[in-house]
Design a protein around this ligand. Structure first.
Ligand SMILES: [Zn+2]
Length: 402
């Protein structure tokens, strides 16, 4: 059995111990001591990291009543050693864990909500509650939880036996616990059985910030940050709001309305652009069809447009082919590329897939499609007008001889 020196006081930073065993593993060495200050992963809390003398401890796990330290190098069995943990990480983990107690206890007191899940990650923590809490209740929970922090209530950690365990009142009681049971209490805030490390008083948690909440499995999942994590979140969030406020030249409190207003204006502009674009396509369709003689009752339209998007390009081809019996090959030069769309009217037999192969060869481009419709692109924009003329002549010959 490994003695847990951290069990009653999370502030004890070092302890002496004796190495009971050291076994080589795939990635390092598993070291067991007679006692330790290193907290192993458990109860939702992540493992400490630290040192045994100068040997790095990367992770610790519980194996029955033994704590196994996963170390980088070998340590001699029987050696007397000093054990210490990484203080920054321990404080951070302890703050998140104690914050979870405060939030769970407060949610239970205010709304009779039961904590049914807890997860701590390297950069966030979540609590799952069994009932749904709306935005107002989440706000109330956050304020009340922080009031519990200001009260600086000391932690009370006690070991009780099974008989006493049955008689005491706790927020959450786990059935079937045997032997020595560790009960953790912040008076008036929270009480439950727990194996983690705890702030010696609620004030050490510093700050509790709920960053998000969603409906989850009929209840609520809450994301939260405590201590320095919360402060860093405030700093980052303020930076974001500052940037948006400067961009819009408004005060912080007017940021939301400024963004909404710009979104509305953008939607109006998009609608207006679509109307203008349709008008332009109608005009261009009429222009291209009127300047073209029909061959065997079909018009051959080959046109080079400037900076026309693929959707507009397709709309133009469709408009031409639906207005008069025709074949349309429309190019759009945009930047260093040329895009093309090929379309035929209903009843025209010529395959656009085959015609696209001719365009691909002429422009060293890539493209394909079906008999009714094809598209492609090329980087060969030099001499595009000449290439378009070549394709027009080819198309006229094919239609004439069909
Ligand atoms: Zn705990």
């Amino acid at each position: 059995m490994t003695e847990k020196v951290y069990y009653f006081d999370s502030h004890i930073e070092e302890c002496e111990a004796v190495v009971l065993s050291c076994e080589k593993t795939k990635n390092g060495y598993d070291v067991v001591l007679d006692r330790t200050i290193i907290f192993p992963e458990g109860g939702g809390q992540l493992s400490d990291t630290g040192y045994i003398d100068d040997v790095r401890v990367l992770y610790a796990r519980e194996d029955g009543d033994i704590i196994v330290h996963e170390c980088e190098s070998e340590i001699e069995k029987g050696k007397k050693v000093r054990v210490r943990f990484d203080k920054g990480r321990r404080l951070d983990m302890t703050q998140q864990h104690s914050g979870e107690h405060i939030l769970s206890g407060t949610a239970n007191r205010l709304f009779q909500a039961t904590n049914v899940g807890f997860h701590m990650a390297e950069d966030y923590s979540t609590i799952d509650l069994d009932i749904f809490l709306d935005e107002d209740k989440i706000k109330q929970l956050e304020i009340e939880a922080n009031r519990a922090v200001y009260k600086n209530i000391p932690v009370d950690i006690r070991i009780v036996d099974e008989a006493e365990y049955e008689t005491i009142e706790l927020r959450k009681k786990t059935k079937g616990l045997k032997g020595e049971i560790r009960v953790v209490r912040y008076e008036g805030v929270d009480s439950c059985t727990c194996c983690g490390t705890h702030c010696m008083s609620t004030g050490e948690v510093g700050t509790i910030k709920i960053t998000s909440s969603i409906k989850y499995k009929g209840g609520t999942r809450i994301w939260f940050l405590c201590g320095e994590r919360a402060i860093r979140h405030y700093i980052e969030t303020q930076k974001i709001v500052d940037t948006i406020a400067r961009r819009f030249s408004v005060k912080h409190e007017d940021v939301v309305s400024a963004v909404v207003r710009q979104g509305d204006e953008l939607n109006d502009c998009k609608a207006q652009l679509k109307r203008k674009s349709t008008e332009l396509i109608n005009y261009r369709t009429a222009e291209l069809l009127s300047s073209c003689e029909a061959i065997n009752g079909k018009k051959c339209i080959v046109s080079v447009e400037k900076d026309m998007g693929m959707a507009d390009l397709k709309q133009l081809a469709e408009k031409i082919c639906s207005s008069e019996k025709s074949v349309a090959v429309i190019f759009s030069v945009s930047g260093d590329s040329v895009f093309y769309q090929l379309m035929r009217s209903e009843g025209v037999k010529l395959s656009m897939r085959e015609l696209c192969n001719v365009v691909n060869v002429t422009l060293s481009g890539k493209g394909g499609g079906r008999d009714e419709y094809a598209q492609g692109s090329s980087k060969n924009i030099a001499g595009i007008e000449d290439s378009a003329l070549q394709i027009l002549n080819y198309l006229r010959n094919v239609i004439k001889n069909a």
